[in-house]
Design a binder for this molecule. Structure first.
Ligand code: FAD
Length: 545
């Protein structure tokens, strides 16, 4: 158990300046890769209020650091999505006479100094930002606050915005954080419901700057700052760029439409044509059919149908706030009060948003999980297989287990995977192939557009049975049974594994060797039953130590 106020957060709190420096020439909001929106953004709203109060312009700053991308195994898809969103934000801010200044290629260590130099150069009185909970990011913000204190010119203020309920606010009776989800949820919901908590309140939109800012000798030129077309080493092929931006259009309007689509429209029977999911969104609204939200409780695990919100890229990049998702879901389902019940579509969906909070709280409370350590230290010594061919076959979707291969190819094609697909593919790597979960965690981050350290780490440590509230080590998915349950007709497999596109009936889940050979589809890398026994043996031996 850990104290509900993690040390680095406490330190950040301690070094944040009381906002009372001399009047400067501007107020700055520092936007990060996790809060890429103008609507319902706490730090941006507060920065705007401060600028209004002081009668000075508001400026927005964004810092691109390729070293940061390397440290977090960021995927090219995520970087491309960041730049596409940044362009939308620049255009929307310009309508409010607010410039967006993007600084490229700052090395990681130099970020606090570089940001502070800019604040001095602009004679800023205040800097506002939303907190990022990873260790290096907290250290970076603490360093900036300390620098600002030494110089005494700028007040730096960081706010909680990523989670619906911030880390530290969901506590046991003795003031500690939770490491099991169900009791966490039982406290999370009442904290959220408390009228005085304001956790669901929408942050106001920023006020427009006076037009005269365009004529300011320094600030006027910031409107001309370019958003880079790409970051070296993170370019996408023309084809990938076109496909990914069709699946995942950038901008807050796109995120809102995606939410609308989930809340108000029904799922089509199959999902995975390479179509713009939004182009059919509104026309699908059919009052005679139950919406995806209404059916979520029962349909969420079906990999062959488009039943979930697909909002994870937007939530991971903060293009939409998680608060807005809860507010709109309650409204769409006609609920006046919060619903987190397992028995309703809306309740079940809000539970998933609570998982996102839960894993973010865990990263804040137990920073070691984000440094490659298992949450349950006793599993640090599990004996892993070192088999580069098996690892590569898994990445390529050529394990010979159709549902795993379809899942892995979905990741390559869409930069996204269905939650069940992630669970099945992750459990297969860790328990059937007995390959270290950290290699899978890294590959997902490098491939997916929604890579989020907390949710990804939480998901991988769940699958590896090493995390908070994990799958017990002996409860190992049988990928063939999972396949029959989540893709009963085999549509999902046939779509992503074209070698099997002509295989009908149950054989698609586990093609006989003769059929597989004829179709050029690989035979299974391992026998599931034997692999399962090996995994249990290895975990059990550790447990006995
Ligand atoms: P919906 O079912 O519509 O859920 C709504 C939102 O709730 C999601 O967008 C997401 O923000 C949140 N959510 C849902 N399930 C979870 C969960 N299990 N844990 C945390 N948040 C959840 N999610 C990421 O956003 N980024 C990741 O890098 C990531 N890696 C994962 C790795 C593994 C091994 C596993 C098992 C899960 C991972 N998840 C991750 C969680 C989950 O798979 C995705 O959030 C979900 O598939 C996204 O689809 P959706 O937006 O349609 O979700």
């Amino acid at each position: 158990k850990a104290d509900a106020s993690p040390p680095l957060l406490r330190l950040l709190d301690a070094v944040q300046a009381a906002p009372q420096p001399a009047k400067g020439d501007c107020v700055v909001y520092w936007m990060r890769m996790e809060d890429m929106r103008i609507r319902d953004n706490r730090a941006l709203a507060l920065a705007s209020a401060q600028a209004l109060k002081a009668g000075v312009p508001l400026l927005v700053l964004f810092v691109l650091s390729p070293q940061d991308f390397i440290a977090h195994d960021r995927s090219s898809r995520r970087i491309d999505f960041t730049l596409r969103n940044l362009r939308c934000i620049r255009d929307d801010l310009a309508k409010l006479n607010i410039p967006l200044h993007t600084v490229s290629h700052v090395s990681r260590k130099k970020i606090p100094g570089a940001v502070h130099d800019l604040l001095l150069q602009w004679n800023a009185s205040h800097l506002f930002g939303n907190i990022e909970y990873e260790v290096d990011e907290l250290r970076r913000d603490i360093a900036l606050c300390e620098l600002a204190q030494v110089h005494g010119k700028v007040a730096c203020i960081f706010l909680h915005d990523k989670c619906i309920v911030p880390p530290g606010d969901v506590r046991t009776k003795d003031g500690r954080g939770y490491t099991v989800y169900s009791p966490f949820l039982r406290v999370w919901a009442p904290v959220l419901e408390k009228a005085s908590s304001h956790h669901l309140d929408e942050a106001p939109l920023p006020q427009a700057n006076d037009r005269s800012v365009h004529n300011h000798v320094t600030f006027g030129s910031l409107f001309k700052t370019e958003v880079p077309k790409e970051v070296e080493g993170y370019g996408l092929s023309v084809e990938d760029q076109a496909r990914i931006s069709t699946f995942w259009p950038a901008g807050e309007d796109a995120a809102d439409q995606m939410l609308y689509r989930f809340l108000n429209t029904a799922a089509r029977s199959t999902q995975f044509g390479a179509v713009d999911p939004l182009s059919k969104g509104a026309s699908e609204a059919d009052p005679t059919k139950k919406s995806r939200l209404a059916k979520y409780k029962d349909a969420r695990d079906r990999m062959d149908a488009d039943t979930t919100s697909r909002l994870s890229p937007y939530l991971a990049a903060g293009v939409i706030s998680a608060r807005a998702c809860v507010r709109e879901a309650l409204k769409a389902s006609g609920k006046k009060k919060l619903d987190v019940s397992r028995d309703t579509g809306v309740g079940r969906w809000i539970q998933e948003l609570a998982w996102r909070d839960f894993y973010t709280h865990i990263v804040a409370l137990f920073p070691r999980v984000s440094m490659g350590r298992p949450f349950q230290e006793k599993y640090a010594d599990v004996q892993w297989e070192t088999n580069p061919e098996h690892l590569q076959a898994w990445k390529d979707g050529r394990t010979g287990v159709p549902i795993v291969d379809a899942a892995m190819r979905q990741a390559r094609t869409m930069g996204w995977m269905h939650n069940r697909a992630r669970m099945i593919a992750a459990m297969y790597l860790v328990k059937d192939l007995m390959i270290d979960w950290r290699l899978g965690e890294k590959y997902f981050m490098e491939t997916l557009i929604d890579g989020d350290l907390a949710s990804n780490n939480g998901g991988w440590q769940w699958s590896a049975s090493t995390g908070v509230d994990p799958a017990p080590y002996f409860r190992i998915f049988n990928p063939y049974t999972q396949s029959q349950k989540t893709d009963p007709g085999g549509e999902y497999i046939r779509h992503f594994v074209p070698e099997l596109s002509k295989v009908r009936g149950p054989e698609v889940h586990n093609p006989p060797a003769g059929v597989a050979d004829k179709l050029g589809y690989p035979r299974p890398l391992v026998d599931h039953k034997e692999a399962r026994e090996r995994a249990i043996r290895r975990y059990k031996n550790i447990g006995a130590k």
